[in-house]
Design a protein around this ligand. Structure first.
Ligand SMILES: Cc1ncc(C[n+]2csc(CCOP(=O)(O)OP(=O)(O)O)c2C)c(N)n1
Ligand SMILES: [Mg+2]
Length: 292
């Protein structure tokens, strides 16, 4: 169940830090996002014993190690699929997926639309540094053509994808974006995602000073424009118009879209109830069995 069902605790952001030392390069934007996650968890009052952080592979996918929670470091690109299963059987927990642009949109690209269209009740924070950081700098689906990396020494021949437009058109019910240089805004948007019942997608640009020389923190500062105050977050057309700016040299920062729609687990429960329950697959029973 969404975070609303999770026990509220009064913990400081530092209480969500695990004892594992953070091992990213100096100046990496991922630090800002991790700090924002600590703040969001503290502000939302999430009980660490009722939180699972799930990731695939990548620098960003190491984040669950650094968070005081249950965690699953799964296969490259498969975090969303694992999270879907975890959510269906443990609706009493808050579930976050943490990972990168390569993990989510290259190898994991086949799973992303289904998380959105099924409205799986999880919060997905995508650390978008426009590169494969862990493997030392290959081109990713969000790399700009200007970005020269060792797989593309003359820059890229492809247009980057637009994650916001993608998520909106596939049916995500909470879509937001920020950049690592604004941890306060990131924290607010992640908290909103945690408190939203349904699939929440938060795209956070993150500078990779080691391998991506064009998407610097200054570039993101110039790129990002706050979502207008009068933007109606329930208006899909208006959200799509804002999202399209990312392909036109400006990128919206803030909450673009938020609507209520039945989640996958809610719809499955309705079907199970319609047939009078199922001995092997009763979501309520599974949840009860796991409670002490
Ligand atoms: C099946 C498989 N294919 C390829 C790899 C190599 N690999 C590890 S991480 C990664 C990409 C990570 O990029 P991203 O998700 O953007 O994370 P970042 O390191 O940039 O935070 C790749 C291709 C792997 N570990 N497993
Ligand atoms: Mg990356």
């Amino acid at each position: 169940m969404s975070i609303m069902a999770v026990n509220k605790v009064d913990l400081k952001p530092k209480d969500y830090k695990s004892e594992v030392p953070v091992v990213w390069c100096p100046g990496c934007g991922h630090y800002g996002i991790l700090n924002a996650i600590y703040r969001a968890l503290s502000e939302a009052g999430v009980d660490p014993s009722q939180l699972i952080c799930i990731s695939g592979i990548g620098c960003s996918s190491r984040s669950p190690y650094f968070i005081n929670s249950y965690k699953m470091h799964t296969l490259h690109g498969r975090a969303g699929a694992v999270a879907t299963g975890a959510q269906l059987v443990r609706r009493d927990l808050a579930i976050m997926v943490l990972g990168g642009d390569g993990d989510g949109f290259s190898i994991g690209g086949g799973h992303m639309p289904h998380l959105a269209r099924k409205n799986v009740d999880i919060t997905y924070v995508l650390f978008d540094n426009g590169i494969y950081g862990l493997t030392k700098g290959q081109y990713s689906p969000t790399s700009r053509p200007e970005m020269k990396a060792y797989t593309t020494p003359y820059g890229g021949p492809e247009e980057p994808m637009n994650p916001l437009l993608y998520m909106l058109t596939y049916g995500a019910t909470y879509v937001a974006q920020a950049f690592a240089g604004k941890p306060g805004i990131c924290a607010e948007l992640i908290r909103g995602g945690l408190e939203h019942r349904g699939f929440s997608y938060i795209n956070i640009y993150s500078q990779c000073p080691s391998f991506n020389k064009v998407d610097t923190i200054d570039h993101y500062r110039d790129l990002m424009e706050s979502v207008p105050r009068d933007h109606d977050v329930t208006d899909l057309g208006a959200a799509i118009t804002l999202a399209r700016q990312s392909s036109e040299g400006k990128a919206p920062m803030g909450l673009l879209y938020k609507v209520e729609r039945p989640t996958l687990d809610q719809r499955m429960q309705v079907m199970i109830d319609q047939v009078g329950g199922h001995p092997d697959y009763d979501l309520n029973q599974i949840v009860d069995l796991n409670r002490p």
